[in-house]
Design a protein around this ligand. Structure first.
Ligand code: FAD
Length: 301
């Protein structure tokens, strides 16, 4: 197959940009497709990224794109990869602008859709005072009255974890019972359980001041940790033949990769949140870097 591209990277978040840098420096003809919907764009800063701690996400991604611009073999297009198929020993992709491209390899770095509980008021505060990752955003709300939403074992685990950031942590069980053994663990750690049914979150702008309950009462709160489930953003991985990883409470439908970053079809690679790994910017950078190196290896051999 006489492909236009050595590799098409689908997605220009931390994983895709990192992969693009490796491929550009390896002088591989690389097309990076991105529609700039990185999952942490709503956050004020990236927490815990060495060298870029608390840097605003949009600024970080712009800097990544700028670094890639120095490598003439990498082209960035702000267009969506809508579909694709295996063609010969490579792949053909259909793009949102009506064009099509052929490539020897594909590196999927589309990220994931983070689904969180749809409480009124959560969307305006998402990634700020309502968050899923204490390692990313716990520092900003340290020492405040914090809460975790939920009543199952995962929620209890989150509440115990959050004690590292505040002495005042409450489990909002939203009208549900917390099983005896779990309630005992919370009590031992000084975590109160508030069983009132949650109605909404209130506060100025993206800040959180209180949770309002269905009976009209309220409780002062400075931060709320919620559980999320990550879902694919499209069926593109399936259409290209990628293997699905088993579902977990955190990730519904990740792409399984082998030790070489391969996603089940020769020439198909995946990185970042799309694969089973800790969902974080540094982890995405590392896996994008690794997968791109494996793309180069596969093209060489
Ligand atoms: C609210 C929030 C805050 C977070 N805060 C932090 C934090 O402070 N620190 C931290 O380490 N981690 C944080 N994370 C986690 C972190 O954002 C992710 O782990 C990381 O962004 C994953 O990188 P990625 O490249 O895999 O995916 P993404 O960053 O989501 O990038 C994927 C890119 O691919 C594009 N794309 C998808 N499909 C297509 C397609 N078909 N065609 C073209 N483009 C496509 C998307 O639009 C997007 O631009 C946060 C997550 C959330 C949800």
């Amino acid at each position: 197959m006489n492909s236009e591209w050595d590799c098409v990277i689908v997605g220009g978040g931390a994983a895709g940009l990192s992969a693009g840098l490796v491929l550009g420096r390896a002088r591989r003809r690389t097309l990076l497709l991105d529609v700039a919907g990185q999952s942490n764009r709503v956050a004020e800063g990236i927490g815990g990224l060495l060298g870029n701690d608390l840097r605003p996400p949009a600024e970080f991604y712009a800097a990544g794109r700028q670094e890639l611009a120095a490598y003439g073999d990498v082209e960035l297009r702000e267009v969506e990869a809508l579909g694709g198929e295996r063609r010969g020993e490579g792949f053909a992709l259909e793009l949102g602008d009506g064009s099509a491209v052929e490539t020897r390899t594909v590196l999927l770095a589309t990220g994931m859709d983070y689904r969180y509980p749809e409480i009124p008021g959560a969307r305006d505060r998402w990634g700020r005072s309502v968050f899923h990752c204490p390692f990313c955003h716990g520092w900003e709300v340290r020492g405040r009255d914090l809460a975790v939403l939920g009543s199952d074992e995962m929620a209890v685990h989150r509440a115990l974890l959050l004690r590292s950031w505040s002495d005042s942590v409450t489990l909002l069980s939203d009208g549900r019972e917390v099983e005896g053994g779990l309630a005992g663990r919370l009590a031992a750690a000084g975590v109160e359980v508030d069983g009132r049914a949650v109605a909404s979150l209130e506060g100025p702008g993206s800040a959180l001041a209180s949770v309002v309950f269905e009976d009209g009462s309220e409780r002062a709160l400075g931060g709320l940790l919620v559980g999320v489930t990550l879902h694919r953003r499209s069926d593109l991985p399936d259409r290209l033949g990628a293997t699905r990883a088993p579902a977990t409470p955190l990730v519904a439908d990740a792409v399984e990769v082998d030790a070489m970053g391969n996603a089940g079809v020769p020439g198909l690679f995946a990185a970042g949140d799309l694969v089973p790994q800790v969902p974080s910017v540094p982890a995405a950078i590392a896996s994008g870097h690794f997968a791109a190196a494996q793309v180069v290896n596969s093209l060489t051999t």
